[in-house]
Ligand binder design. Structure first.
Ligand code: SAH
Ligand code: SF4
Ligand code: F3S
Length: 470
């Protein structure tokens, strides 16, 4: 395999100095005792992981974080472009900051993330919101200190238009949002070009991190108490393809699984076209990998799958699912599905319904198709009305609710290992999660948060379980 993309461990050398300079500038510029940042991230876990790196850099420059923009010296929206709804929210929230900026002109407002890799959107936002001082896309993340410094020191607007998507930048500091649940990116970008999807255009070509760096980060997380680690990539099954002598994804998770400790390992997302029996066998035999497979099918109709450029058909998909059910008892299956892809008929949609009935998913992420400028599907004929698509969508939700409720009920009387996550809010009820990613409510003290416990399931709702700690 040729090495098309290379890893550069360039962060410390080139960017640390800028963080020191930012620290100095902020001592004069801050409104309160410490410089405050407000970072709002939209979209998928990949964006959340990027947001944690931005926070890591800001923390090194002396910033503290608040979850409201009111006192902030620096406000950043880390955006998502996957559906129109995600974009509309960003436009609305940036628009709402106008008064705050008028009141505190020295507050710097910035935009980054996937929307900013779409020229027509980045330009529109730059023009519509003159009080936005800094704009950069996903490929410029590693240069963030330099860009922030340029913006703060010059007082001019900084807008990064072109940048490189071919490198993996290592050494960026990270401040994780969770103390015991964490994200670990293993690769970036996507080469699949599903015809509806904007991700390959805004995240660039697929490139993997070196396995020794991933193993080192996994060890660090496990040693510092992380109990639930999710490996991230748009298609984790093609991990390592651009590297020399790299382990495959199944080999990589085997190596991580061998690290001693008390933790669960998850991964997302697995693409059905590359999901192998070897991967399922690895899950089945592992100590730490959760018995959960998130395998997006998008549509149950072969005709639509072809138009989506997904490279598998219903039969192949069900083949993997059935193998997983056979090898991993009680496997929890989840998926993504799109309703109303251009040209989809009610007959196609019925195939989607029959597939979810056959598989019996624990839960589904369901989306109504949203046209994305520049993708092939955006110029396909789309005769079905929005009202009709909403009706189908509701039908899908109803069917899935019935399936999820049945699955939850079947777990009454069992004892489940759970990771306790947080307080529900009142009456000492805690939220926990099973290895299959189902929420369980049980009564207990706060000291249980962040620990593994066993819960005897006594009751079930449509989506959640209730029980008692044993
Ligand atoms: N790489 C992952 C998913 C990334 S995007 C995978 O291939 O499974 C997450 C989900 O958003 C997709 O699985 C798809 O269901 C949905 N999605 C992507 N583009 C969309 C669009 N244009 N309209 C509606 N849903 C979309
Ligand atoms: Fe989008 Fe398809 Fe890539 Fe997933 S695999 S990110 S759906 S193009
Ligand atoms: Fe959105 Fe970018 Fe993720 S478009 S779904 S944040 S990769």
């Amino acid at each position: 395999m040729t090495e098309k993309f290379s890893t550069v461990n360039d962060f410390n050398d080139s960017q640390d100095e800028y963080l020191n300079l930012i620290y100095e500038i902020m001592q004069d510029r801050k409104r309160g005792e410490k410089p405050i940042a407000f970072i709002r991230t939209y979209g998928c876990q990949q964006n959340v992981a990027d947001g944690e790196r931005i926070k890591g850099m800001l923390q090194k420059a002396g910033f503290e974080f608040e979850d409201k923009p009111d006192n902030a010296d620096f406000i950043l929206f880390n955006t998502c472009a996957v559906r129109e709804h995600a974009e509309d929210r960003v436009f609305g929230n940036v628009g709402a900051l106008k008064n705050l900026k008028l009141k505190y002109p020295r507050t710097l407002i910035a935009l980054c993330g996937c929307m900013m890799e779409q020229k027509h959107i980045a330009e529109r936002m730059y023009k519509s919101f003159p009080y936005v001082g800094l704009v950069f896309g996903t490929h410029a993340l590693h240069q963030f200190p330099e860009l922030l410094y340029r913006s703060l020191s010059s007082g001019k607007r900084v807008y990064v238009r072109d940048n490189d998507d071919s490198l993996v930048h290592e050494g960026i500091p990270v401040k994780r949002d969770g103390a015991f649940k964490g994200w670990l990116p293993i690769m970036y970008g996507c080469n699949n070009f599903c015809t509806y999807c904007i991700v390959p255009y805004v995240r660039g070509r697929e490139r993997s991190r070196e396995s020794d760096i991933i193993l080192c980060e996994a060890r660090e997380m496990i040693n510092s108490g992380y109990k639930d680690i999710t490996l991230l990539g748009q298609n984790v099954n093609s991990y390592g393809k651009n590297l020399k002598n790299s382990p495959s994804f199944a080999e990589l998770i085997k190596e991580i699984d061998d690290i001693d400790g008390d933790y669960w390992l998850r991964f997302m997302t697995s693409h059905p076209k590359d999901c192998t029996k070897e991967l399922i066998d690895t899950i089945a035999q592992s100590k730490h990998i959760s018995k959960h497979l998130h395998l997006p099918f998008q549509s149950g109709s072969d005709r639509i799958l072809k138009a989506m450029n997904r490279h598998y058909d219903r039969e192949k998909y069900l083949g993997i699912i059935n193998y997983a059910k056979e090898r991993i008892p009680d496997v929890s299956l989840t998926s993504d599905v799109i309703v109303g892809f251009p040209g989809e008929t009610y007959e196609d949609f019925k195939q989607t319904l029959s597939l979810i009935r056959e598989v019996e998913y624990t839960s589904l992420f369901t989306f109504i198709y949203s046209p994305r400028v520049g993708t092939p599907a955006a110029s396909m004929d789309d005769p079905i009305s929005a009202a009709e698509k909403s009706k189908w969508f509701q039908e899908l939700l109803d069917v899935q609710e019935e399936i999820a409720a049945k699955r939850c009920k079947s777990m009454i009387g069992t004892t489940q290992k759970v990771l306790v996550e947080n307080e529900k809010g009142k009456d000492n009820i805690l939220n926990a999660r099973t290895s299959g990613n189902i929420v369980v409510e049980a009564k207990g003290g706060k000291e249980l948060i962040g620990t593994f416990q066993n819960v005897k399931i006594t009751n079930a709702g449509n989506w959640i379980l209730k029980g008692d700690f044993v």
